[in-house]
Write a protein that binds this ligand. Structure first.
Ligand code: R5P
Length: 283
């Protein structure tokens, strides 16, 4: 078994390989003069694990090329961050069902697919091969336990993420709950007023994605108005669009952490062990 990755997940690929006790294979990446991607895998094996998040179109193309380069092997595809998963409905006439389009394309030439905290697990039904979603709730709980937080209150920004917040909190015997979010536009959200027992407490907002940070900024404003001592955030995928990391700190968020599904300076916990465990269980 050999693990290879796109340029986007080198650290995570190494962590997965270490957990699976198998080597990481080399891949050379460059571009043609017109900007098209070129890659070459240095070696293949009968069983290949290909790792590649798809935060943008270049990452997506690299991943498709990598799968094609491993033709002839039994390929397990790991897409730690599945881009386009949030367009999981046709919200307006004439729109694509983007999540379906990417899942179909990524099903070609692979035997099974693993994602990590995909925005809505129903999206997995669009893959044409067996697929599994890995949760990092345990990793996030363990990470938060290492911080100097006193009896933190774990909150999801909306009821859709409430189960995730509970999965982070329960093993550590912390309280969890959720806020009520209404999305107004891609960048703007409204938090409905809810009275929560946050006075003088360390609150951590957990979510699958931090993108523009709009969700967190509104949540933090409301929680601080209700007397929270600190508001921190721990998410799975640090998309951190439009410089949102610094905006979050400027908005008074005490601590921002994400996993290595996207490699960021604030990647504090790895998805490697959880992915390796699920790959072992489901292959
Ligand atoms: C949406 O439902 C997701 O779970 C996240 O809450 C959302 O993607 C965060 O986006 P943003 O950081 O742009 O508010």
């Amino acid at each position: 078994m050999l693990v290879v990755s796109t340029e986007y997940n080198q650290v995570l690929a190494e962590n997965i390989a270490r957990a699976l006790r198998c080597p990481v294979g080399g891949v050379r990446f460059t571009r043609f003069p017109d900007g098209e991607h070129y890659l070459r895998v240095e070696e293949t094996d009968g069983e290949m694990i290909i790792v590649g998040s798809t935060p943008d179109a270049d990452a997506f193309i690299e991943l498709l090329l990598l799968v094609d380069a491993c033709e002839g092997s039994d390929v397990t595809l790991v897409v730690p961050y599945l881009g386009y998963a949030r367009q999981d409905k046709k919200f307006h006439e004439g729109e694509p069902l983007s999540a379906r389009a990417v899942c179909r394309a990524l099903s070609q030439g692979v035997s099974r697919v693993f994602t990590v905290n995909v925005h809505d697990p129903r999206v997995l039904s669009h893959f044409r091969v067996p697929s599994h979603d890995v949760s990092l709730a345990e990793e996030i709980g363990r990470y938060l336990s290492s911080l100097p937080l006193e009896d933190p209150f774990i909150l999801a920004p909306d009821d859709g993420a409430a189960r995730f917040a509970a999965a982070v909190a329960t093993p550590c015997k912390w309280e969890s709950g959720h806020l009520e979010k209404t999305r107004i536009s891609g960048e703007e959200v409204r938090m409905e007023q809810r009275s929560l027992d946050v006075k003088e407490r360390d609150v951590v907002v957990v979510d699958d994605i931090i993108s523009t940070g709009g969700t967190l900024v509104s949540a933090a404003r409301m929680l601080r108005d209700q007397g929270a001592r600190t508001v921190s955030s721990a998410c799975v995928h640090g998309v951190l669009a439009e410089g949102s990391y610094l905006r979050l700190l400027a908005a008074g968020i005490h601590h921002v952490a994400c996993s290595d599904t996207l490699e960021r300076a604030c990647s504090r916990y790895s998805a490697g062990d959880a992915i390796a465990r699920m790959v072992r269980e489901c292959s």
